[in-house]
Ligand binder design. Structure first.
Ligand code: NAP
Length: 497
């Protein structure tokens, strides 16, 4: 079977975009293009190169199932190795010839009559395609804190996801805002270099030790068993997220770890979390608490009042003079889900449809937006296991949709509104008894009104089971006898490259 008379556009070249492209290629489909805003593949693993950046999911599971990597040096790989792995995948599966680098998508709109998407790219002619697949990820837009005076600061100020390697930190007075997953990785790296490190914490996080270590080559080369064992070990963590009562065991472990690591009772109190574990991502680190206990480190919990030209003023009136300010303040997740203006059938705009919270069917398709597939869309994120598992599930589902569309000569497929509504009602019901819905639980998984639009409320294998096959009955599929002909003229510019 071939889809050669169709055109597919994929946006992004991280795990999602590359995973989709490789699957198309493996199925003998060549007429697809990937649009990438940067000059290299890798997505979040290309952009997050701050000191200490590493994955908090073991690499044997945080990699494609079809491409085991015998070269991981550690259980939890550093960023550079993951980026190398993604470059290797792009090369090995000959994806690079399909990629247009420096291609920032500005908007996309769907034409109901032809069943085609028009994709507008900055500084380039528009592109038409039948299927548009977003692999743009949720963690691609750095969020700078909304603190008065941010622009007044006169020294270097940058985000962990846009690290300035040109700014020397040795011997400087450095401020880090935030104590999330990025901060706890970067702080232990900086602490030995700087003269003084001030960490501005708003909410203390739950931290557990990281079972990291060297990964011997022989234990992993093509090791199916290692992957499965790690997958199931991490999958079990979902139990406590879904049944909050079980979380007390994790909390006890974390409190014991905190007590063992931090001897100063005042500091320990400041670092003690005040919400149920799992509400925000559980952090794994063997050196964060040690770094916080060093004499050159100070944990500031008084709340930031404003940023001044020479440092940060806290609510207790103290002005902390700083040579460099680093924002480890996370990502604009809601905006990233609809990363550019997407205009669907009848002119509806995705970001407006989603203004009270994103929703989709199986985190992948959206009513009113035919032939659009989103990888890691609403409520498909995980708090407990490898997101690559979810990505591969969605890729399988999309692949099956494309196959069926070709076979049946559908010009468009659009998820039925009743199906999407019922699916999301169920998602919210399943979320209700979980840790993410507990009182006082606030995280970037939620909208400002508190609705969780990010997390898949279950085991990842249940997501896999639901996405094994494209369930055409859930969709409005329109047939056109001229599918091939309508799209064919648009193929030429792509193939002349
Ligand atoms: P994050 O988890 O959203 O943490 C942001 C931190 O900045 C939080 O401590 C937050 O405090 C603080 N913050 C935000 N705005 C602030 C403000 N105006 N004033 C003071 N503090 C402020 O961001 P992240 O650490 O970059 O991690 C984001 C996600 O990226 C993670 O959840 C994870 O999925 C992923 N990540 C993964 C890895 C990995 O190892 N695989 C590593 C890094 C990141 P509050 O808690 O009070 O909001």
């Amino acid at each position: 079977m071939s889809l050669s008379h169709e055109t597919i556009v994929i946006v992004g070249t991280g795990f999602a975009g590359l995973g989709m492209a490789i699957r198309l290629k493996k199925s003998g489909i060549e007429n697809f293009v990937l649009l990438e805003k940067a000059d290299e593949v890798g997505g979040t693993w290309r952009d997050n190169h701050y000191p200490g950046a590493a994955c908090d999911v073991p690499s044997p599971v945080y990699s494609f199932s079809f491409e085991p990597n015998p070269n991981w040096t550690r259980v939890f790989s550093p960023q550079a190795e993951i980026l190398e792995y993604l470059k290797h995948c792009a090369d090995k599966y000959q994806i690079r010839s399909h990629i247009r680098f420096h291609s920032l998508v500005q908007s996309a709109s769907f034409d109901e009559k032809s069943g085609l998407w028009t994709v507008h790219i900055e500084g380039q002619p528009a592109l038409m395609c039948r299927f548009l697949i977003l692999g743009t990820g949720g963690l691609s837009r750095p969020a700078y804190p909304d603190i008065p005076g941010l622009k007044d600061y006169q020294g270097p100020l940058f985000h962990t996801a846009a690290w300035r390697h040109d700014v020397p930190l040795r011997g400087k007075r450095v401020g880090v805002i935030g104590t999330g997953a990025s901060a706890i990785q970067v702080i232990p790296e900086l602490v030995h270099e700087v003269q003084e490190l001030k960490v501005f914490q708003r909410t203390p996080a739950w931290v557990l030790p990281k079972a990291d270590g060297v990964l011997p080559k022989r234990s992993q080369a093509g090791n199916w068993f290692l992957r499965k064992a790690l997958y199931w070990r991490f999958e079990m963590r979902a139990l406590a997220l879904l049944k909050p009562k079980l979380m007390r065991f994790g909390q006890k472990m974390a409190m014991e770890y905190l007590e063992e690591q931090v001897k100063d009772p005042v500091l320990r109190k400041k670092l003690t979390p005040r919400y149920i574990m799992g509400c925000k991502r559980v952090l794994l680190s063997n050196d964060f608490y040690q770094a916080m206990s060093l004499p050159q480190t100070r944990l500031i919990t008084d709340g930031i009042e404003r940023i001044k030209p020479g440092g940060i003023k806290t609510r207790d009136g103290v002005e902390h003079e700083l040579d460099v300010v680093i924002c480890a303040t996370g990502f604009q997740v809601a905006e990233a889900t609809a990363p550019f203006r997407i205009v669907g059938r009848s002119g509806q705009v995705l970001s407006e449809v989603w203004k009270d919270g994103a929703q989709a069917y199986l985190g992948t398709t959206v009513t009113g937006f035919p032939n659009l597939f989103i990888i890691v869309g609403p409520n498909s994120g995980l708090g407990h296991n490898s997101i690559v598992f979810i990505i591969e599930s969605q890729v399988q589902y999309i692949m099956d949709a494309l196959r069926q569309a070709l076979r049946s000569r559908w010009s468009s497929v659009e998820v039925r509104p009743d199906v999407q509504v019922a699916f999301n009602d169920k998602i919210q019901k399943l979320l209700a008894p979980t840790v993410w819905s507990r009182e006082h639980c606030r995280s970037w998984y939620q909208t400002p009104s508190g609705k969780n639009t990010t997390i898949w409320p279950g085991f990842s294998f249940t997501f896999r089971l639901k996405t094994l096959q494209f369930d055409a009955a859930a969709y409005d599929c329109r047939v056109s006898e001229t599918v091939g002909e309508t799209v064919q003229p648009q193929l030429n510019p792509l193939h002349s490259r």
